[in-house]
Design a protein. Structure first.
Length: 396
């Protein structure tokens, strides 16, 4: 009874809201990635490969920092970690925006990635301790997308024309600092589900959760390869830059709609069916994007792809939480996302170099086809475990 009450404390409105908002801080860079890369190229004169490696550098730092969370996420005060991480993220963006050198830009976004990852790890782990993780992961992604929409609408019209790339970085810093006080509402630690089995090691096959983590890597890798260059695809087609910028904001709203659908559904239909829907939506969007020389087709494709991101990530992370037996592995969903996002822009930049953007679209189709297959295998693996456990128990 006491364990149930303790766990339910994580369902408090202020705690959930704090987790959702700090997650939006941690995901801020990803959600403005196309605009950030486009601004870096336009204001710093960088090539496709160079801007691709900006994203890779950020998510290298993101992945390294979030991987370390496996060891500290249940041991260190989450409020202390979050404030330190916010300071690190702001410092990194200050370095990235304040220097004209490409190497300093890469170092700055790497440092910012380390800070954002630690913030995002806290939010993701906290939500995994709530009673209906799928619902709150959906709400989390909705908030992340909403914040991105605001910046994607405001920055191209008010910030970039006047203050350029340095102004964009300054805007991100100000946004982070304004939202920082929400950390006061975080609990020092989560419900620590693994403690209920502290008297014995958790016995369970980690194969399904490992498969789910790999599928998560592939899912976000393919998504980010296209998301990171969707602004460049529109630019190469000759569309009005202001119109493309507005579309990016609308497409993020569609990501929020997908996440809202996840929040509404919660765990009522499980995780696998919504994951299948998300993948099919992505495949449809990419097929339409192949005909993206017409703006209306380009717009529909971009919105479909981002809808699949919002729906898919919520259930991808929920799948990991569902398959996690002791509560520690769910935080590895953050570096899993980081690895995928780290690979995606760099791969897309190399594929797009001198050959157009069709290879990028094919890469996205291939990686998400693999992720869907592996998610199915992960669910089947857990189902096989659940049918074998009663038999093994009876034999004992």
């Amino acid at each position: 009874m006491s364990e149930s009450i303790q766990k339910n404390k994580m369902d408090a409105g202020t705690i959930v809201a704090a987790a959702v908002i700090i997650s939006a801080i941690g995901a801020l860079f990803y959600n403005v990635l196309p605009m950030y890369l486009g601004a870096a190229q336009d204001h710093r004169g960088l090539g496709n490969e160079q801007i691709g490696f900006i994203g890779t550098s950020f998510f290298l730092g993101f992945t390294l920092a979030s991987s370390s969370a496996f060891f500290w996420i249940r041991r260190i005060d989450w409020r202390v970690v979050s404030y330190l991480a916010i300071a690190v993220a702001a410092l990194g963006l200050l370095i990235a925006g304040g220097s004209g050198g490409y190497v300093n830009l890469l170092v700055g976004v790497f440092v910012a990635g380390c800070g954002c990852a630690s913030i995002y790890s806290v939010g993701t782990t906290l939500i995994s301790d709530t009673s209906n993780a799928a619902r709150w992961y959906g709400a989390k992604i909705t908030a992340e997308a909403a914040l991105g929409v605001i910046l994607l609408v405001v920055a191209p019209t008010l910030i970039l024309p006047r203050w350029g790339f340095a102004g964009l970085n300054g805007t991100l810093i100000v946004t982070i600092i304004v939202l920082a006080p929400v950390v006061l509402f975080l609990p020092p630690q989560g419900s620590r589900r693994q403690e209920k089995d502290a008297v014995r090691p958790v016995e369970g096959n980690t194969g399904p959760v490992s498969f789910a983590l790999l599928a998560c890597v592939l899912f976000i890798c393919g998504q980010t390869a296209i998301w990171g260059f969707v602004e460049r695809i529109g630019n190469s087609a000759g569309f009005n830059p202001a119109l493309v910028g507005a579309l990016l904001g609308v497409s993020l709203a569609f990501a929020g709609t997908g996440a809202l659908l996840a929040a509404w559904l919660g765990d009522r239909v499980g995780c696998l069916k919504p994951l299948i829907w998300a993948h099919l939506c992505f495949f449809t969007g990419v097929a339409v994007l192949f005909r993206g020389s017409v703006f209306e087709m380009y717009a529909v494709a971009t919105c479909l792809i981002m809808f699949s991101v919002g729906l898919g990530i919520a259930y991808a992370v929920s799948t990991i939480a569902e398959l996690d037996d002791d509560g520690r592995y769910v935080v590895l969903s953050v570096p899993a996302l980081g690895v995928g996002v780290m690979i995606g822009p760099g791969a897309a930049g190399m594929l797009a170099s001198g050959t157009g953007y069709s290879p990028v679209l094919v890469f996205g189709l291939a990686t998400l086809s693999a992720s869907l297959l592996i998610f199915v295998l992960a669910h089947r693996g857990r189902r096989a475990e659940s049918t074998q456990l009663p038999r093994n128990a009876s034999e004992d």
